[in-house]
Design a protein around this ligand. Structure first.
Ligand code: ADP
Ligand code: MG
Length: 708
């Protein structure tokens, strides 16, 4: 049969496109769906929407020209007739479908003007006694130029010739009631005759469960292995002397919450180890992560090591700079500021201070991690709002010089399953408590038709001495919304491949331009509406000095109303601001709404968040607004978001990382994920060979190339 040595280079290249680099990868290339060619449907019984196989004689065949050149054939069986339509066709096809021919056609039925029809069915000429297929025909994910029959042939060959040894110990299979690996593969690739397509397309079938479990197990194992390898690498041991940290705690105007104490203790213990920490500090908006980061920084500084604190936006980085200067200067530590927008000379100056070791704490944007910045003795890197950076940055950080400890912080609360799945190589600390004295934010949904009432509320609130944000609408969301409408198929494709970086960049540029324009227009409108108020404007295109000036003025109460784009989404902290209006809230995602709302409710005053929306609402927008209206707990919101959108979009850049799953769906397969997690520990402890074999089977293609 197919000799793999004879696969043409062209075919090899196509296979590689599908992620198939080894013959063994063919085994795990599983069908998307199945076609049922095991029986014939009488034409009189077919229903619109069904995919069926019919057989009959061509009674009429013609090429019509309206609306486009189309081959139209009428097929008859003993009880009915059906039309076959082809928009692009070869002369050979036309010949095959000549009047009088007996044809077997497979396709989806739809109701046309003249009755049932199929568009571009799969056809073949048959005799009266041509046998039917014995079992379902699998349909595989493929790429253009690689036909199903060839792919099927290669897979069947792999199935027949490669060992299908079960990588898992029998006892584990029995305990988890998992199906046999070889049986599962054979069933999915080569279904037995008595199985229906709907049975196999149900992903909760035992065979699929086995495959999904294996995939999740491989993911967990791989992350666990990474985690272990980290334990062998060397980092400076930064012991907790408590000299500086204790002084900072004593100087604070508040007492740490017990969650802050616990998470700092976890971090402190890690820092004292001679191996690099990689810890994620998760805590809802306003839970007080910054002070924990400051304490971690001091522990490194106490040991004579440098610390870098990086934030994703200038506004946020600047705010950290101000806050940490405030906290640390009394202890004799002056942070240095470094961002991309600094003048070249100043940047150089900052870089020199970092390189000489004169500076112990550097705060800034990702400019901090450009190759021109060399740290003298970096002991700890802190990344705030980690989810705003990509996987790439995470790796770059890791590879920089001698290995520093790493603390990542995120206010995007991640559902537990997601954290387990995607961050299994990190250690996680959770701040699960808000500082005391907060009054919950009241959320109101207000239709755009009542905009005037909202204006009045803003006016009244500001006149009463409070401050307010007005968040400008997002613009280029139409792109994103378009993706929602185009449905599952293209969405999961995007999840797999991601939009091309060029369209991505283009889209971003357009979106930024429009964003700015809307911000300016909104600002103009609101200044005119509120002549009695001092109104400021913050957007992404301001220089960092301008931005800092606006933020400082707002913080000092000189500005009463701040018109802002979503640049304020992350981290901005002005406790006296107690009202937020989010314009066109229906265009924003759940995580974003939650982040934005978190900007208010930081002080003692009763706070309110008004979500202004425009009718009519799409179903998705309605669902989002309902969730944000009914919930304040970020973890609950994230969990709902996961169900609404799927994990790919929730995780953003992270999706393209090692953790990509092909079969399992962590929102639907939570139980399997939990089992896989436990099994991973068990295998690594008791069956290291099995763990190795399992990783080899599932991960080999991620590392090297064909020819095994
Ligand atoms: P986030 O976790 O969103 O980054 P921040 O670190 O910005 O939160 O903290 C939010 C606000 O709460 C800040 O004004 C901070 O000073 C204050 N804060 C932090 N911890 C406490 C505490 N234990 N008690 C009272 N206020 C606190
Ligand atoms: Mg923060």
């Amino acid at each position: 049969m197919t000799d793999p040595a004879k696969i043409s280079p062209v075919t090899l290249a196509k296979l590689a496109k599908l992620g198939i680099h080894h013959r063994a990868d063919l085994l795990l290339h599983l069908p998307l769906r199945y076609e049922d060619e095991t029986h014939l449907a009488p034409i009189a019984t077919v229903q619109a929407g069904e995919t069926v196989q019919v057989q009959g004689v061509i009674a009429h065949s013609e090429v019509a020209f309206r609306p486009r050149r189309t081959l139209v054939c009428r097929m008859e069986d003993s009880g009915g007739e059906l039309y076959l339509r082809f928009l692009n066709f070869y002369p050979s096809q036309q010949k095959q479908l000549a009047v009088g021919r007996r044809i077997r056609a497979v396709g989806e039925v739809r109701m046309g003007y003249y009755g049932p029809e199929m568009v571009h069915p799969k056809c073949r000429a048959v005799d009266d006694d041509t046998p039917l297929q014995q079992s379902l025909t699998p349909v595989y994910p493929t790429t253009s130029g690689l036909a199903q029959p060839l792919l099927r042939k290669l897979i069947v060959n792999a199935l027949e010739t490669l060992p299908l040894t079960d990588t898992l110990p029998g006892a584990l299979l029995k305990k988890l009631r998992l199906a046999d690996f070889a049986d599962s593969l054979r069933l999915l690739h080569n279904p037995a005759p008595d199985i229906s397509a709907s049975t196999l397309e149900d992903r909760s079938h035992a065979a699929w469960r086995r495959i999904k479990f294996d995939e999740l197990l491989a993911q967990q194992l791989s992350m666990r292995v990474h985690h272990r390898e980290r334990g062998k690498r060397i980092a400076p041991a930064l012991a907790a002397h408590g000299k500086l940290t204790a002084r900072l705690i004593k100087n604070l105007p508040f007492a740490l919450t017990s969650a802050q104490q616990r998470t700092f203790a976890e971090i402190s213990r890690d820092l004292a180890q001679p191996h690099p920490m990689q810890r994620l500090l998760l805590g809802d908006v306003g839970s007080g992560k910054t002070i924990v980061a400051a304490l971690a920084a001091l522990q490194a500084i106490e040991n004579g090591y440098q610390v870098a604190l990086m934030a994703p936006t200038e506004i946020l980085a600047e705010q950290h700079y101000l806050k940490l200067s405030d906290w640390l200067e009394p202890l004799g530590i002056a942070p240095v500021w470094l961002s991309g927008s600094l003048k070249k000379k100043d940047k150089q100056l900052a870089a020199e201070k970092i390189a000489s070791g004169e500076t112990l704490l550097a705060i800034g944007t990702h400019a901090l991690f450009q190759s021109s910045v060399e740290f003298h003795k970096l002991g700890l890197a802190i990344v705030d709002e980690q989810h705003k950076f990509g996987v790439q940055q995470r790796l770059e950080l890791r590879n920089k010089g001698t290995e520093p400890h790493q603390l990542m912080m995120s206010a995007t609360p991640i559902p537990r399953t997601l954290a387990m799945s995607y961050y299994a190589d990190l250690d996680v600390s959770v701040i699960d408590e808000l500082p005391p004295g907060r009054t919950p934010v009241v959320t109101k949904l207000v239709s755009d038709a009542r905009r005037d009432e909202v204006f009045e509320r803003v006016r009244a609130s500001c006149m009463a001495g409070q401050q307010a944000y007005w968040v400008c609408p997002l613009i280029a969301e139409s792109e994103a919304q378009l993706r929602h409408v185009t449905g599952e198929a293209s969405r999961s494709r995007e999840q797999l491949l991601g939009p091309s970086s060029r369209t991505h960049r283009l889209r971003r540029t357009v979106s930024e331009g429009l964003q700015l324009q809307t911000a300016l227009e909104t600002y103009q409108l609101l200044t005119e509406t509120f002549p009695e108020l001092r109104v400021g404007l913050a957007h992404g295109k301001l220089s960092s000095a301008e931005k800092a000036q606006v933020m400082a003025a707002f913080k000092a109460g000189e500005l009463q109303l701040l018109v802002a784009t979503t640049v304020i989404e992350v981290g901005v902290d002005v406790p006296n601001a107690s009202l937020m209006v989010i314009d066109h809230a229906e265009r924003m995602g759940l995580a974003q709404l939650h982040q934005l709302r978190g900007r208010v409710g930081r002080g003692a005053a009763e706070s309110m968040c008004v979500l202004l929306y425009q009718q009519p609402l799409s179903e998705l927008a309605r669902a989002r607004l309902k969730i944000i209206y009914e919930n304040t707990d970020g973890f609950v919101i994230a969990q709902q978001d996961l169900h609404l959108r799927g994990p790919g979009e929730l995780l953003g850049a992270r999706q393209s990382g090692v953790a990509m799953l092909r079969f399992a769906d962590i929102s639907a397969d939570e139980d399997l994920l939990e089992q896989a997690r436990q099994a991973a520990d068990e295998l690594l402890r008791d069956f290291p060979d099995a763990a190795r074999a399992h990783l080899q089977r599932w991960m080999a293609s991620k590392h090297d190339y064909l020819h095994v």
